[in-house]
Design a binder for this molecule. Structure first.
Ligand code: TTP
Ligand code: MG
Length: 344
């Protein structure tokens, strides 16, 4: 039985935006730092995050900046630099996929790993992850380890910052049940308010309710979800990659083209590449789009949607050229593109 149990990690970066800022501006270390809006507490905006220093004053995410200023006027206020945080996010996720390719991104600063098949102890893997992230980004993270995503996410929050928490099914009663209902993934402010109205305050209280009662209160699927979740049951798999929504190719000519023959030949070649991509990935498509950008950068797209999903060269080529026919080629062409979407 034990060998069937999954080992799921949830990794969550500590005070993420603030930590990235502190890393590149060491003079901030030790000071309260609040990131939000344009970094001006006198203008509209909310707190994206605050470092742990600022949290001591009661500042937290989603709080209006002017409230934060009332609580902590001497903090350093900084604007949100999304590009910097997303670069750091890519780096830490690369560390994770190096350790274990079965990774699901949970957002800019969090991810799940399914390490069930990796031949090492959970503690060793966690150590490697923490060291890897520290070496590549200079940042710390907190790791939760559990038999499923639901418990792993609760676990990663339990000892922040730089935490490592392992939860097993045996811990549910003592560790999970005393927590407030909001700590259960999927319970938002509305459900919390409704639960409070019926005197349900902790996760344990939810676990004390019958499935019928939960279904009556919250509907069939959400009621069932709450019944299982309160017991730490979650079979949901990691979603480790996203299916492509479309397959496309485009090309910018070295010099703008007027000759219809060249345009047609190029379009045929792009179409062939798209078909090869579709076939090798096992996709058929129903919608085909041709994009033309003229020398003056005016860009036109024309699409055609068929009744059936297709992948044969003849049919796809026919669909693509029917799109091209709808475009009046009255200027030199700078860029040409083909896209297959509506994939199955
Ligand atoms: P969190 O992981 O919720 O927060 P955190 O990383 O700042 O702090 P902790 O150590 O408790 O994990 O969110 C990650 C980032 O997402 C956070 O740094 C800023 C951003 N964020 C917002 O912009 N608005 C929000 O309301 C929240 C909660 C987060
Ligand atoms: Mg975080």
């Amino acid at each position: 039985m034990n060998s069937l149990k999954r080992r799921i990690f949830h990794i969550d970066m500590d005070a993420f935006f603030a930590a990235v800022e502190e890393k590149r501006r060491p003079e901030l270390v030790g000071k309260p730092v609040i990131i939000g809006g344009r970094g001006d507490p006198f203008r509209r905006g909310v707190v994206a995050t605050a470092n742990y220093e600022a949290r001591k004053y009661g500042v937290h995410s989603a709080m209006p900046l002017k409230t934060a200023y009332r609580l902590c006027p001497h903090a350093v206020y900084l604007p949100v630099d999304y590009d910097a945080y997303s670069a750091a996010s890519d780096k830490f996720k690369n560390v994770l996929t190096d350790v274990c390719p079965r990774m699901e991104s949970g957002g800019i600063d969090e991810a799940y790993l399914d390490i069930t098949d990796i031949d090492d102890t959970s503690e060793n893997i966690a150590r490697r992850i923490k060291i890897g992230i520290r070496n590549t980004t200079g940042l710390t993270c907190s790791v939760g380890i559990a038999p499923n995503k639901l418990l792993a996410k609760i676990a990663s929050e339990m000892k922040k910052p730089d935490g490592l928490t392992i939860l097993t099914e045996e811990d549910i009663k003592d560790t999970i049940w005393p927590l407030p209902v909001r700590k259960l993934y999927g319970v938002g402010p509305k459900t919390e308010a409704r639960l409070h109205e019926i005197n349900i305050v902790t996760i344990g209280h939810i676990a004390g309710m019958s499935q019928e009662r939960l279904i009556t209160e919250f509907g069939d699927s959400y009621g069932r979800y709450l019944y299982d979740a309160a017991r730490g049951i979650d079979e949901s798999p990691l979603i480790t990659h996203w299916e492509p929504k479309s397959i496309s190719r485009e090309i910018t000519f070295q010099t703008d083209v007027k000759d219809w023959q060249v345009i047609a030949k190029t379009l045929a070649a792009l179409t062939k590449d798209v078909i090869a991509d579709m076939v090798s990935n096992g996709y058929k498509a129903r919608t085909f789009t041709v994009k033309v950008r003229f020398s003056d950068f005016r860009t036109l797209t024309r699409a055609t949607t068929l009744h059936d999903f297709i992948d044969s060269e003849e049919e796809v080529r026919k669909a693509v050229f029917s799109c091209l026919k709808k475009i009046q080629l009255d200027k030199r062409v700078r860029l040409l593109g083909v896209r297959a979407s509506n994939l199955s």
